[in-house]
Design a protein around this ligand. Structure first.
Ligand code: ATP
Ligand code: BTN
Length: 336
């Protein structure tokens, strides 16, 4: 496997490299280089051009993640807060890995990044498509002196942090879908997964996972069963480097978690509402086999969505609920 990663590193600049040069770099025969290229194409679905007389090149150059670069981009305060920063070439799931690390006593603020996930996960057992080098897969371990029940709003704070990071880097026209998806024109750019454990009176720990598409190849994207987008396709997104993005995400996530610990959602709610794509719109809330259509009239101080339906306003927590835009005419109804 080591050879495969060395080969990717040699090709990362997106330029042509001859089979002979690659063979020399990797200490392999040219036939063995070809076999490796075949493996990358067939098993990892990487798009690699082969042109006789010129050699091989990646269809898109890759900016690989580098620990030293990310650390250098963080402020001294944030560096002090970090428990540690791990970068893996390939891993099952960065969140699953951190969960195991946490059980083994990993410190607060431990971060795990990966170039590729083989078992990336979304909410409620759904899959997160995670090809090599083309997106950000980041998980962060955070301990709170609070009871798990007090953390109901933390996923909104984390979503806002991802928005702030993207905006700081010049990405525009994006918004939030409750509880914490980041969308561009109703297409999913990023998603967050928060897994909370702890004693009923506290303390609690959160494993916060962020998946953010930077350049998602269509081949893999075609397996996603809802509209999606990547940074490379949206205004202000093309120039964002992955190391810079990882550093800005770490910065904003830690700031937002510290703020949440001090004052919950109090100082974050107004900013959240301003970027809420579905506020005052008719939406469908899916809960298992039941769907309730109503008007999204706000978010309360615990992060619950307020839905006006059948003449009353009720609060819904994110756990088992998915929000979808509704094609309806504004009349609230229930569908089973
Ligand atoms: P919810 O509104 O409940 O968050 P969701 O359908 O977005 O619902 P999640 O569990 O949040 O579901 O995210 C997983 C879903 O995201 C997958 O089922 C798939 O539709 C989509 N998905 C998977 N990988 C990607 C990706 N790389 N980029 C964008 N969307 C993805
Ligand atoms: C969602 O929208 O459901 C959340 C997707 C979260 C994906 C990220 S990628 C990094 C971390 N590791 C995982 O296995 N999932 C999260």
């Amino acid at each position: 496997m080591q050879t495969r990663y060395q080969l990717i590193r040699s090709l990362a600049d997106g330029k042509f490299h001859s089979g002979e040069w690659l063979a020399q770099q990797l200490g392999l025969s040219r036939a063995a280089v070809w076999k490796q290229i075949k493996g990358l194409r067939e098993q990892w679905e990487m798009e690699i051009h082969a042109v006789s007389g010129r050699g091989y090149r990646l269809a898109h150059p890759l900016e690989l993640l580098q620990k030293e670069r990310i650390l250098a981009l963080l402020s001294p305060e944030i560096r002090c807060t970090l428990g540690g920063l791990e970068i893996h070439d390939s891993i099952g799931s960065t969140s699953e890995h951190l969960m195991q690390q946490a059980t083994a006593g990993a410190p607060n603020g431990q971060i795990c990044l990966a170039e590729r996930q083989t078992a990336g996960r979304g909410r409620r057992g759904r899959k997160w498509i995670s090809p090599y080098g083309s997106n950000i897969y980041l998980s962060l371990l955070w301990q709170f002196p609070l009871a798990p029940i007090e953390l109901s709003g933390v996923s909104l704070a984390a979503g806002l942090a991802v928005m702030r990071a993207l905006k700081r880097l010049g990405v525009t026209e994006i918004g939030l879908k409750w509880p914490n998806d980041i969308l561009w024109q109703e297409r999913k750019l990023a998603g967050l997964l928060l897994e909370v454990t702890g004693e009923s009176e506290g303390p609690s720990q959160v494993i916060l996972g962020v998946g953010l598409n930077t350049c998602l190849p269509n081949q893999q994207g075609s397996r996603i069963d809802q509209p999606w987008v990547d940074l490379g396709s949206i205004p202000g997104g093309q120039q964002v480097g992955r190391n810079q993005l990882a550093a800005e995400l770490i910065h904003q996530l830690i700031n937002a978690l510290e703020c949440f610990e001090r004052e919950k959602l109090v100082s974050l709610l107004d900013e959240w509402r301003q970027q809420d794509l579905y506020h005052n719109k008719t939406v469908a809330l899916q809960m298992g086999s039941q769907t309730i259509v109503g008007k999204h009239v706000g978010i309360d101080k615990n992060g619950a969505l307020l839905l006006s339906h059948a003449g009353e306003v009720k609060a819904y927590f994110a756990g088992e609920v998915s929000l979808r835009p509704s094609q309806g005419d504004g009349h609230a109804n229930t569908i089973d």
